[in-house]
Design a protein around this ligand. Structure first.
Ligand code: ZN
Length: 381
């Protein structure tokens, strides 16, 4: 009987959703699952913002919405077509009123994603949410300033206070009130994925150091169990004030290093690297290499740093961004926030370095010809 209902639903779905017809959706043989629930998940994934039936209650909380969008994105990431196949591979109760549904997603015969969702029966309908709440049910919550940390191990309160201080400072630079955040602590990107219900992602194989945030103006996932997300908070606040196409990414990264941090170090228990210590290391490097050319250091090692100047500290710190931070500091000292706003919004695209240099010429008299000489002066201020 259940199989007959599934076939009937599948025929209906094959008419309604051409890519998710009978042949693109399956259930492992020995799983006994309400067909209405599977239909809900299908609707949710295919027509997420426009529920079709009143008997189906869709996720309302913003974090679940963001997570399901991420699942949809990762199902199709790097694929040439949207012809994927989902298979329900597990279905079990949580001991209360809910169930976990686990799906494997295939492109042709290749596994691309395994993910899960939490479903609850409410009267005659089902409500769906991300399994993050199920996965973090035993977590602690600690409020530090404007931020609520969700964590399983102890948190570093002094680092959390640093983040709160920077949250206020950076918001103030943009004339904004400091925002409140929900902050999930995770060890690495793979743990982050599991927490939000992505058990395997082909796209993210080997990925460890990336965080995720700020999601829906509220949620942060910071890896290496680090309470300070101020680098990305800078990008976030900047994005609420300035239009995306105008934002010059050389300035953005320079200021994110200067006001936030340069992400996590290998040493010092994953403490963040700050601009001051990076400048000191650069000065040491200059003593060892007195004839170095600052302009090529700035432009050639901005996206991919092969100099190994910071290799002891962390693999992904970039000397080009440290130099951008030094210039931003100079603009801040001499032209204040007004000057920085001009430098942030001088335009991006492939001319971003030219745009940046045109603006520094205007603000500081810094150009390609005097770059080396002036950076050496700024370094020692
Ligand atoms: Zn950045």
């Amino acid at each position: 009987m259940i199989k007959q209902i599934i076939i009937a639903v599948a025929i209906f779905l094959s008419c309604a959703f051409p890519f998710y017809g009978q042949e693109n959706y399956s259930i492992l043989d020995n799983i006994d699952v309400p067909t209405k629930l599977i239909r809900l998940v299908d609707e949710c994934l295919n027509d997420f913002n426009n529920p079709l039936s009143k008997e189906l209650s869709l996720i309302e909380d913003p974090l679940s919405v963001a997570i399901i969008n991420k699942i949809k994105y990762e199902e199709l990431a790097n694929l040439n077509s949207n012809k994927i196949r989902r298979k329900l591979i597990n279905f079990y109760p949580d001991g209360l009123k809910g169930h976990i549904l686990q799906f494997a997603c295939y492109h042709q015969n290749e596994l691309v994603l395994i993910w899960n969702l939490y479903a609850k029966k409410v009267d005659d309908a089902y409500s769906l949410e991300s399994s993050i709440y199920y996965n973090t049910a035993s977590y602690h919550s600690t409020k530090v300033g404007k931020t609520i940390y969700h964590h399983i191990n102890d948190i570093n309160i002094s680092r959390a206070k640093t983040f709160d201080k920077k949250n206020h400072e950076i918001a103030k630079q943009f004339n904004l009130p400091a925002q409140s955040f929900d902050f999930y602590m995770v060890r690495d990107y793979q743990e982050l994925q599991k927490l939000i219900g992505i058990d395997y992602s082909k796209k993210q194989i080997g990925q460890t150091r990336d965080g995720w945030g700020v999601i829906k103006d509220q949620f942060i996932f910071s890896v290496m169990n680090n309470e300070d997300f101020s680098h990305d908070i800078f990008h976030y606040y900047s994005g609420t004030v300035h239009e995306r196409p105008t934002r010059n990414w050389v300035t953005e990264e320079g200021l994110a290093y200067l006001w936030g941090n340069a992400y996590y170090t290998i040493e010092h228990n994953g403490e963040n690297a700050n601009q001051e210590e990076l400048v000191e290391i650069l000065k040491e490097f200059l003593i060892q290499n007195p004839s170095l050319d600052f302009y090529s250091l700035f432009t050639d090692h901005f996206w991919n740093d092969t100099t190994e100047i910071y290799k002891e500290l962390a693999p992904d710190i970039k000397v080009g961004r440290v130099i951008a931070g030094i210039i931003c500091h100079e603009v801040q000292q001499t032209k204040g926030q007004e000057g920085l706003n001009q430098l942030i919004t001088c335009g991006d695209g492939k001319d971003r370095f030219d745009n940046f240099m045109d603006m520094t010429e205007k603000l500081l008299g810094l150009n390609r010809n005097n770059f080396d000489e002036k950076i050496r002066v700024y370094l020692n201020r």
